[in-house]
Design a protein around this ligand. Sequence first.
Ligand code: ZN
Ligand code: ZN
Length: 368
Amino acid sequence: MKALAVFPARRAVQVVDHPEPAITSPTGVRLRMLEVGICGTDREIASFQYGTPPPGSEYLVIGHESLGEVVEAGSAVRRVKPGDLVVTMVRRPCPHAECLPCRQGRQDFCSTGDFTERGIKGAHGFATEFVVDDESYMNVVPGALRDVAVLAEPLTIAEKAITQVWQVQSRLPWVAPPGSAGASAHRAVVLGAGPVGLLGAMALVRAGFATTVYSRASGPLDKAGLVASFGASYVAAETATVEQLAERVGNIDLVYEATGAARVSFRMMEVLGSNAVFVFTGVPGRKAPIELDADLIMRNLVLNNQVVFGTVNASRADYEAAIRDLAAFRERWPAALQRLITARHPLGGATQVLLAGPGGIKDVIAIA
Ligand SMILES: [Zn+2]
Ligand SMILES: [Zn+2]
């Protein structure tokens, strides 16, 4: 069968003939892959900055944002059945007995770093025709979400972040949840308007946050119009400094960073509000060091009871939340949700899409 593969040693990206997988355990499930989304991580793998083939393989089959259809289930499979649409989780636990997160099924918090990730680190991914995995990593998607379910995996980043934000803010017993009468701590700023930022902004609006997306205008896309269409505000970084942004927003209770850009992120941290939370999701590339006003940031962190955390990967509960949220987005903002998917490409044309860099919001490989 065909698969999209990256060969790090000889710096090549190409469609290869890859052996078809078979079910080898009673809880194994075979999927026909329908769609795979392409993100910045895939583009970094395709430019050989990142990505590790499985032991003994010359190449890595890429793709981690996926949608598949169950075509065969092992004898002990209970969670899924043939015909179900599923989104498969990406990270697999490390083997170490002392890694409590992995031993409790929370490999998204793995503390040894020896986890594997399908399509990224030490395990083949989903940009291929058939995949076999264990049912415990699969999340069923309603058939009505067939055309947007490939967005579930990138949405899990926001779901895990929002869950943790509320764990942190449970320290403020007077806070009324966003959307409720007397809502407080409900003003959010999203940094960046790529897929992670836009999906995060949708999730925050749905959770009741008054949400402002702050981003550099890039390309011909009308991001301001798109953001307004799902009830958030848009401020172009070219037209407003972070101080002006903060004046417009009021007390910034939450920053959801989705740019991977350190300079603008730490500038934002300088205007973070009292009792606020700043969440990092981006992984910056290696660049020259930046200057920042560390005294000011440290003073604000202390005097304003601020919390800063980073978050990566997601748990099963975050996948379930993402699938529920996609259904809600589809109900409330069907056109905006569709617009997040820029184009669908055949597997044979995926190499050019990977190497071309992001032209729109989300490029998708349509496999079947
Ligand atoms: Zn991704
Ligand atoms: Zn671990």
